[in-house]
Design a protein around this ligand. Structure first.
Ligand code: NAI
Length: 475
């Protein structure tokens, strides 16, 4: 099939590249010349494992352009994957969506075309996009007949850091449309993924046992609401365990044990129950705010979702409180942050807790040293006014520091020469914002180790011969 993808951000480029990989001809449109130049040169404009390799494997079926006229007229399916960043009132900014819909309307061809909202957009956006396309078409060529166009919603659930994996092997595919033909076209488009008939790339193997992906066909509005509900639910799972973590600290319990103890109940599940600094990134904050704003439009409130937000943003201040408890005075101290990206394996800094924490510390007169394996260049570019001292290595961050905070659980931080790190520091205080490091080992190396919701005492254990087989808790 011929596919156009409007917007080549995290979602657009992943969609374009995976659809090209499974055999479609894809033209990606963007308005950012630097992104286009990078993609045309075969370079990924973002850090995302496997993206560059897939770009090269699918190169002959992929094109990049800034011209709607080149991509839109011939396309059977057009994905809109532009950004929908938050406005101060919580509603998403829809100016990019509006521009994309107008651009499609101006150039849409005469054949049957399915326009798909892949961006996370408020309830009712499907109808709005449909109207915008008709309007733009009418100003140029007269009436666009309904038989030529169907608008669908196909929310994206990929996780940054494993975006390619999640697009090739999704848990489910949700498609909402009022027009039966759109459902059929999208089923056909996604067939190689739904039926897992493509040859997996060697560097991102198919998960064991995956044979088919459930296809959830629904009406437009339900599909739009599924996306917001999924993100809100995940957000509140994390905030729930963080709320429990605060109580665990007070009563001398250990939140990691609690997470295991409740998570192995299949009704609860172990994932998204890691206590820590909380969520960040471009989606949870924005989408929970949008859900609340939508509810308000309809005269409803969303107290559970609102509380999840409150707990989450409170976690960032709790890190500052922990540092204060350890160091007593913050003014004039040097504190090192390990990790800037909002989570590992991405360079995305949107709503990143590290930047927020750095800002709070700088306001209190702290000198902040930072390291991140991939996101420092972006941080320098996007936050030129934040007075951070960028360090090329984690060891440099430790130099003469009064405390270190592990903000992002990059795998490389487990392997650091921690003994040397402790030696370099003025005070070996380590706040592990993700309960990521081995606390006994850190304590043995001389660190004052502070986690989130942890009991300072080692938990009792069964003698090895009596212990049941270990159960791995993932998340
Ligand atoms: P992004 O900000 O990385 O990318 C958006 C792209 O659209 C940019 O490259 C921008 O230059 C381009 N663009 C803006 N206006 C345009 C126009 N008129 N024509 C063509 N291109 C245009 O955004 P990201 O993260 O990819 O998100 C896109 C949407 O997907 C958002 O609604 C987001 O909520 C949703 N989403 C994002 C996920 C993520 O993990 N990043 C996951 C699931 C959904």
């Amino acid at each position: 099939m011929k596919v156009a993808v409007i917007g080549t951000g995290y979602v657009g480029i992943t969609t374009g590249v995976t659809l090209a990989y499974v055999g479609h001809h894809v033209t990606c449109v963007d308005v950012n010349p630097a992104k286009l130049a990078s993609l045309k040169a075969g370079k990924a404009p973002i850090y995302e494992p496997g993206l560059e390799e897939l770009l090269s494997l699918a190169a002959e079926r992929l094109a990049f352009t800034d011209s709607y006229a080149e991509a839109v007229p011939e396309a059977d399916v057009i994905f809109i994957a532009v950004g929908t960043p938050p406005l101060p009132d919580g509603n998403p900014d829809l100016q990019y969506l509006q521009a994309a819909a107008a651009g499609i309307g101006e150039h849409i061809g005469e054949g049957f075309t399915v326009v798909v909202n892949k961006s996370t957009v408020p309830i009712g956006s499907g109808n709005w996009v449909d109207a915008l396309i008709h309007e733009a078409f009418a100003t140029r060529q007269g009436k666009l007949f309904q038989e030529h166009l169907a608008v669908a919603s196909n929310p994206e659930f990929l996780r940054e850091g494993s975006a390619i994996h999640d697009s090739l092997y999704p848990d489910r595919m949700v498609v909402g449309a009022e027009d039966q033909r759109a459902l059929e076209v999208l089923y056909t488009l996604y067939r190689p993924i739904l039926e897992q008939t493509f040859t997996p790339p060697s560097f991102i193997p198919r998960p064991e046992g995956l044979q088919a992906v459930p296809f959830i066909a629904t009406d437009l509005t339900s599909a739009e609401l599924i996306k917001y509900s999924a993100n809100a639910f995940l957000a509140l799972k994390i905030s729930f365990i963080n709320e429990i973590a605060a109580l665990a600290e007070r009563v001398g319990a250990d939140v990691t044990q609690i997470a295991k103890g409740i998570g192995l109940d299949a009704r609860i599940g172990t994932r998204f129950l890691q206590a820590g600094i909380g969520w960040g990134g471009s989606c949870f904050g924005k989408d929970t705010a949008a859900l609340i704003a939508t509810a308000q439009d309809y005269g409803l409130s969303m107290p559970i979702v609102a509380a999840a937000r409150e707990v989450n943003y409170r976690q960032r201040e709790r890190i500052v409180e922990k540092l204060l408890a350890e160091l007593k005075i913050l003014k004039g101290r040097t504190i090192g942050l390990l990790g800037l990206a909002f989570k590992p394996n991405t360079d995305d800094l949107r709503d990143a807790p590290a930047l927020d924490i750095a800002h709070r510390l700088i306001e209190r007169g702290v000198r902040v040293r930072v390291h991140d394996p991939v996101a420092m260049e972006k941080a320098r570019r996007e936050h030129p006014h934040l007075a951070l001292h960028y360090c090329e290595t984690p060891e440099e961050v430790a130099e003469e520091a009064d405390a270190l905070v592990l903000v992002t659980e990059w795998a490389m931080y487990r392997e650091l020469p921690w003994e040397e790190m402790a030696r370099r520091m003025r005070r070996a205080v380590l706040v592990d914002g993700r309960n990521f490091l081995d606390r006994a080992q850190m304590a043995a190396l001389g660190f004052r180790y502070v986690g989130i919701g942890l009991n300072p005492l080692e938990p009792p254990r069964l003698a090895a011969k009596e212990a049941p087989r270990a159960v791995r808790v993932e998340g």
